[in-house]
Design a protein around this ligand. Sequence first.
Ligand SMILES: [Zn+2]
Length: 93
Amino acid sequence: MSLSTMTPSPIPFPAGRSPKQKTVCQEWCAFVELYRLAAESFRDAADALPCSPGPEFNQAWTRAERTRKSLDEARTALLRHEYTHDCTSRTAS
Ligand SMILES: [Zn+2]
């Protein structure tokens, strides 16, 4: 048992941001972009909801629900990628 057998770690990896530019996963970026677009669509659809019940509302509601589902799918896809690809090293919270 000797300390001399210990080899120093090459470069300690900081817990936070590395000064060295890490390559961003292009796939992950694409998922973020999809999520952003889906969120915009949902916002637009929600904005279009009229404040009175009727067929116009129902039509707008159907559209809003559709975009909400797309947003949910985009979110799931993004999270699934982060989980399976492990390219963002983000701490789950
Ligand atoms: Zn990735």
